[in-house]
Design a protein around this ligand. Structure first.
Ligand SMILES: C[S@@+](CC[C@H](N)C(=O)[O-])C[C@H]1O[C@@H](n2cnc3c(N)ncnc32)[C@H](O)[C@@H]1O
Length: 153
C-alpha cells in the first residue's frame, strides 16, 4: 500500500515497532544502510513480535540506490524542518514516506534538495522531535485515512 523508508535507523526497537506497524498497514519497509544494529538483534526481533514474516522488507545500500530503483515513485520526506504539515499532502497508494535516523534526522543535503516535498508533524515549540516509530505511525495512518482504509477492519 505505502512504502516506509528508514534512512540509516539506529535503534533496533524503533525499527521493530515500525515493522509491526508495517505489518498492520500492509506497508513495505525499506531499510537504507548502514543500519545501527544487526538484523539478528534480539530487541529488533522482540519489538516486531511474530509479525516479521508478514512484512516485506527491502534493504538498500544507500538512498540513491533506492531512488534509482523507483524512478516513478513519489517521495515525501518527514522532518522537523518541514515548512508544511504532513496532513496537507494528498497521499496516493505506493507513495514513499521517508524518515531519518534517530540522532540526526535526514541528511541536510537531501532536505535542501527536496524542500517542497518535506513535511512536519506539528509540536509545541519547546520540543525537539517525536520518536521515530511514532512519526511513522502518525503519517502512515493519515495516508490510509485519506484513501479510506481499503480492506481494513
Ligand atoms: C528523532 S527524529 C530526529 C531528530 C533530529 N534531531 C531532527 O531534528 O531531525 C527521527 C526522525 O523522526 C521523524 N520526526 C520526528 N519528529 C518529527 C516531526 N515533528 N515532524 C516530522 N518528522 C519527525 C523525522 O523523519 C526524523 O528524521
Amino acid at each position: 500500500m505505502f512504502n516506509i523508508v528508514l534512512v540509516e535507523p539506529e535503534i533496533p526497537y524503533n525499527t521493530g515497532n515500525i515493522a509491526r506497524t508495517c505489518a498492520a498497514t500492509g506497508s513495505t519497509l525499506h531499510l537504507v544502510k548502514p543500519l545501527g544494529f544487526s538484523t539478528e538483534d534480539k530487541y529488533l526481533k522482540r519489538a516486531g513480535l511474530d509479525y516479521w514474516d508478514k512484512v516485506k522488507v527491502i534493504y538498500h545500500e544507500n538512498f540513491q540506490e533506492l531512488k534509482e530503483k523507483y524512478p516513478e515513485g513519489r517521495f515525501f520526506y518527514l522532518s522537523t524542518k518541514g515548512q508544511r504539515y504532513y496532513h496537507e499532502v494528498t497521499y496516493k497508494p505506493g507513495d514513499f514516506l521517508v524518515f531519518g535516523k534517530e540522532t540526526r534526522g535526514l541528511p541536510q543535503e537531501l532536505l535542501e534538495a527536496n524542500k517542497e516535498f518535506t513535511f512536519r508533524i506539528p509540536m509545541l515549540p519547546q520540543i525537539r522531535s517525536l520518536n521515530l516509530s511514532n512519526t511513522v505511525a502518525i503519517v502512515v495512518y493519515e495516508a490510509l485515512r485519506q484513501i479510506q482504509f481499503p480492506d481494513f477492519i
